[in-house]
Design a protein around this ligand. Structure first.
Ligand SMILES: [Zn+2]
Length: 460
């Protein structure tokens, strides 16, 4: 890892910074790991010595993306992902900050595992990793983890993600303690007694495929429970990957009541539907009789892909701010746990490298303004991070130099085999996306670049 960061001027890019309501052409100067200046034009005479000047024509410059929800798998599942491969995937996807879920082995339920993850992240490429501690010991749902110890070690919140905190009394206690620590409890809203580990959404297609169904109500009853517990305790509740129209409505009402509730949605729930499980090509889901394209395990994810109506409700919620943040739920798996039957396959989609391209398809269709999309990937997540995200997510002078450069019109074909992530099974395999991350600068270091004249820092 190189320690020095060179001054860089990005000249004449379209600068999109939701933190300042800025969307227009300008110059951006960074140095010493900070944003030095953002202005309509910065004169050559005022540049620091050795400054790299990048031609920003055709590029959008925005704050680096913040992902509240990734599974880096290390320690314990290094065959699925490592912190090193995970942060490389993040860099390619334009993410400069990742919040790492604690369903590792051992689980992140004590300070020494948090320390380990932070140390491994420092040895990686410069993308920031913020650990999320467990709510319960070993994520077993029986007794609370040492939340204070986890917070002292650097946990930015608490979650048993992968599993819900099923016991409402424990959830109440967790929210009460988290309130004292001013950290969020991030629950995976699923009532396991209702979802019964079913592999796909309950409905017409699960019937047709002969698969058990995971009903929307199994999410919505848990969302409703959690909202009432947040109201009771005053603890901050963040709802992970909400996927149904009913959940959006519940969060909307919670916000109208002024409750400390935030929510995220994933790119796959916003852009794909249960139709994809029935079979898809690179053009999208196939209609007509069942073919061998059905039961594609790359579409298996928890919560499952839902209906078109749900995806539209999520998009509306994202647009009007009921959903605060886009989070990838990047959940990479080794191929061995995906090349099995649909029932047996592991749930999860590797999302870091395709998130922006997939979401840009919505933006190109006019369904989501670019500045709103960027807000939900920067300022939105910061609402959840609170003070732990100070200095991030903005191009304001003095902020941390996390900058992502985008090419909105670049078309590219998704090839899982080319991912930096070890998770190669994506439902978007072979799909052409329009919109690509051109470069990523994390803390002033270039961690990914396809831009002429901007070299990625040596990672060794
Ligand atoms: Zn989850």
């Amino acid at each position: 890892m190189i320690n020095t960061t060179q001054p860089i001027l990005i000249r004449g890019a379209r600068i999109v910074d939701p933190s300042q309501g800025w969307d227009r052409a300008g110059d951006l100067l960074i140095g010493d790991g900070r944003i030095v200046r953002m202005a309509p034009a910065i004169r050559n005479g005022s540049l620091p010595k050795g400054c790299v000047v990048v031609n920003g024509a055709g590029l959008v410059a925005c704050p680096g993306f913040i992902d509240l929800h990734v599974h880096l798998r290390e320690p314990g599942y290094e065959d699925h992902e490592t912190i090193s491969t995970g942060v490389q995937a993040a860099a390619r996807g334009g993410f400069t900050t990742l919040c790492a879920m604690p369903n590792t082995r051992p689980a992140m339920d004590n300070a020494s595992v948090v320390d380990y993850v932070l140390r491994r992240a420092r040895e990686a490429n410069g993308v920031r990793v913020l650990p999320i501690g467990c709510v319960t010991k070993a994520r077993a749902g029986q007794e609370l983890a040492e939340m204070w110890e986890l917070a002292q070690a650097g946990a930015i919140g608490f979650s048993d993600d992968g599993s819900p905190v099923a016991n409402p009394h424990l959830m109440r206690q967790a929210l009460t303690y988290a309130r004292g620590l001013d950290l969020p409890v991030i629950n995976h809203p699923e009532d396991p007694a209702l979802s019964r580990s079913a592999p796909m959404n309950e409905g017409r297609i699960s019937n047709r495929l002969g698969l058990a169904g995971w009903p929307a109500v199994a999410e919505e009853t848990m969302v409703a429970r959690d909202i009432e517990l947040a109201a009771l305790t005053g603890g901050r509740l963040h709802l992970a990957h909400i996927s149904t129209a009913g959940s959006v409505e519940l969060v909307r009402r919670a916000k109208e009541r002024g409750l400390p509730v935030t929510a995220e949605a994933t790119p796959h729930h916003l852009t794909l539907t249960e139709e994809w499980v029935r079979g898809h090509t690179t053009e999208g889901p196939v209609a007509g009789p069942l073919t061998y394209a059905a039961y594609d395990t790359s579409t298996k994810v928890n919560p499952p892909l839902r209906t078109r109506r749900d995806a539209e409700a999520l998009l509306a919620g994202l647009r009007d701010g009921v959903i605060d943040a886009i989070a990838t739920d990047h959940a990479p798996h080794a191929v061995t746990v995906k090349l099995v039957t649909f029932d047996e396959a592991a749930s999860g989609i590797p999302g870091l490298e395709t998130a922006f391209g997939a979401l840009m398809t919505l933006t190109h269709k006019g369904d989501l303004p670019l500045i709103t999309l960027v807000e939900r990937m920067t300022q939105g997540p910061l609402k959840v991070l609170g003070g732990r995200g100070r200095g991030l997510g903005s191009l304001r002078e003095g902020s941390v130099a996390d900058v992502t450069l985008l090419r909105l019109d670049e078309e590219w074909v998704v090839r899982g085999a080319e991912f930096a992530s070890k998770g190669k099974q994506t439902p978007l395999e072979g799909v052409t996306l329009k919109g690509r991350v051109a470069a990523t600068i994390a803390g002033g270091r270039v961690v990914h670049s396809q831009v002429t004249g901007l070299e990625a820092s040596d990672n060794t």
